[in-house]
Design a protein around this ligand. Sequence first.
Ligand code: IPM
Ligand code: MN
Length: 330
Amino acid sequence: MAHKVGVIGGDGIGPEVISEGLKVIESSGVDLEIHDYDLGGERYLRDGTILPDSILEEWKGLDVLYLGAVGTPDVPPGVIERGLLLKMRFELDLYINLRPFIASKGKRTDGHDFIVIRENTEGTYAGEGGLLRKGTPHEIATQGSVNTRYGVERCVKYAFDLSRSRPRKHLTLVHKTNVLTFSGDLWERTFYDVAEEYPDVEIAYNHIDAACIYFVENPQRYDVVVTDNLFGDILTDLGGAISGGIGLASSANLNPKRTSPSMFEPVHGSAPDIVGTGQANPTAAILSGALMLDFLNESEAARKIEKACAKPETQNGTTRQIGDAIAALV
Ligand code: IPM
Ligand code: MN
């Protein structure tokens, strides 16, 4: 049976890289039933639509969502981010943001050398806070961080399960417990409580600032990393930079309970400066497609795609040429 996929090409290079991703998946022989959604900054500028509840309802009938990139320079910051991307994460309860990396600086391998599990529905992204006396000399801005035992525990458990399934069985908690003594305390206690159920998984703890050094100098020390929403956002851009660039960085926004569709997207943005030039590397989108196939239990096709992306000869040329070369190998 064909898997039902909601496709949001989005803005800028988003549609270009997604069409290569769909081409590669097609070449793997996996059957997709595509449902196209015109959403993003361009759509918002045209008619004010961001993400209506009716579309969210429709999505509940789909298996997965595949997104290119959203964002246009003419839309003020936050509108599309909060209204579309974060709304998807919150409303579909996509509480795991999974981002795999290749540890050997820029040298591509066909394995995922380490994976960051970022909590995706809480922390500073919950939007707690506000402005008081805005625009006056006495204005106040607060921006809180929401951390629940429930939210932290389900994320940490997912990370332990993932670590257990990998050969090294090693999990590092990254936080800033020496300064964020409230949320850090909850994360740390939850981490060590859950660890008792996983005696076979080796554990470690790093402060976020130290982790930034280790990412650059010795990423091989990591197998699975679990961290909060904002630390995970920053650390995964660094992860992309040390492992071949953001053009290769893939991600999955997962609802592991499968009560609504999970969403798969490259880590990079819409890059309006290179739209239409053929300079966008579609590999991040293609690898995100492989993560999507894994989630759909099409692991054989996923491994084939990852292997093809790892071959250096597929990594030259324009957006379409790279897509064609990967599809040919698959
Ligand atoms: C990411 C992006 C988003 C985030 C933005 C666009 C809201 O940077 O997926 O990492 O901060 O999560
Ligand atoms: Mn980011």
